[in-house]
Design a protein around this ligand. Structure first.
Ligand code: KG4
Ligand code: ZN
Length: 349
């Protein structure tokens, strides 16, 4: 790692993770994360006010821990990057205000970046520069997007997105229905291992006929969620046991079938040879297997960062900040706003 490469600190507070990452060039030095997920568990979902408060409490200790673990002083930093959106408004504000204070105090440039582009940029820390153009499938509790990435620092176009629930949200709701707990994704994933993915034919949203023609790259999971709820309720009403493993496996198959089918079709139709999968749901074991299989059959290479880099973290923001600095992009102004609905086309605010 050349010591003359710029040292960039990234801050992520768009949801329930207070993430602080530090990179030197494209080398990850530290990825410190403080999560408030336990505080949300009893509500079965992230409570925005609780998340904002937790960010306030965690910010300074997490920055200090990151610097200590990386063996750097704040004064060594060459730039500060922060998620400016999209995300929870109050939560974003904590990160943006903290990043401004750091950048102003240290006299270094500030980059307010797009959370989705950061999910894409993080992969370079693990697998080297991302071949561009690439297609990115970003699936988490808050977003489900298919993107065309021609330049992760400047040119990102949405191909499709969910019209209702995010993929991770569907996992969380089905887990709740099955009494598995929160967050539901990993629990459904585990329960599904003992189940038959073909046991129950759950619907695949926007996957046939006119729906598919009108929404080739969009997703819809609310019909699936309702179908699972109805199936389970009918069983319970009849006094029968619910086969949790089979329901979990069949539901999971319906989600990842649609995600991988549309992502690989996008690559083929766009003439793109690389598919990047990111976001918390990218940790799903069946999604990884099916994405690999279908992409291989289409001659597409799949890149999936390790699970810790797929979920929200500060390293992804630092990675994008470092790329922006390297490609000479103009830093953000100090009156940078937090924008809860920042469009994906706006990589740098
Ligand atoms: O990226 P992330 O940490 O935060 C958001 O931006 O939402 O993603 C969290 C989401 C949750 O909905 C969680 O249930 C889901 O990712 N998730 C999974 C798995 N691990 C986490 N979903 C399916 N399978 C998994 N193994
Ligand atoms: Zn995310």
């Amino acid at each position: 790692m050349p010591a003359d490469e710029p040292l960039v600190l990234g801050i992520e507070t768009s949801c329930d993770e207070t993430g602080v990452g530090i990179v030197r060039g494209s080398t990850l030095l530290v990825d410190a994360v403080a999560s408030s997920v336990d505080e949300h568990a009893r509500f079965g979902g992230v409570v925005p006010e609780v998340a904002s408060r937790a960010h306030l409490e965690a910010m300074v200790p997490t920055v200090q821990r990151a610097c200590a673990q990386a063996g750097v002083a704040l004064g060594d930093l060459d730039a500060v990057a922060v998620t400016a959106g999209p995300g929870l408004a109050g939560a974003l504000m904590v990160g943006v205000a903290s990043a401004k204070a750091l950048a102003l105090g240290l006299g270094v440039p500030l980059y307010g970046v797009n959370h989705l582009a950061a999910h894409v940029a993080v992969d370079a820390l693990e697998h080297g520069p991302l071949p561009e153009p690439a297609v990115a499938l970003l699936v988490s509790g808050g977003h489900s997007s298919l993107l065309r990435v021609d330049d992760v620092t400047a040119q990102v176009e949405p191909l499709g997105q969910t019209l209702d629930d995010a993929a991770g949200e569907a996992f969380d709701k089905v887990a709740r229905l099955l009494g598995l707990g929160f967050p539901g994704g990993p629990l459904v994933d585990r329960a599904a291992r003992d189940g038959d993915p073909a046991a129950i034919a759950f619907p695949r949203g926007l996957s046939t006929g006119r729906d598919l023609a009108r929404h080739p790259y969009d997703f819809s999971f609310s019909g699936l969620k309702t179908a699972v709820a109805r199936w389970v309720e009918q069983r319970r009403a009849a006094g029968e046991d619910v086969p949790v493993a089979d329901v979990a496996a069949s539901f999971q198959e319906a989600v990842v079938d649609v995600l991988t089918r549309k992502a690989v079709a996008a690559c083929a139709e766009q003439g793109v040879g690389t598919l990047l999968v990111g976001g918390g749901v990218a940790a799903n074991s069946r999604l990884r297997v099916l994405a690999e299989q279908r992409a291989a059959a289409a001659g597409v290479a799949v890149r999936v960062p390790r699970p810790g880099l797929c979920t929200d973290n500060g390293a992804m923001v630092a990675a994008l900040g470092s790329l922006l600095l390297a490609r000479g992009r103009r830093p953000s102004d100090l009156d940078l706003p937090a924008d809860s609905s920042l469009p994906v086309t706006e990589v740098l605010v």
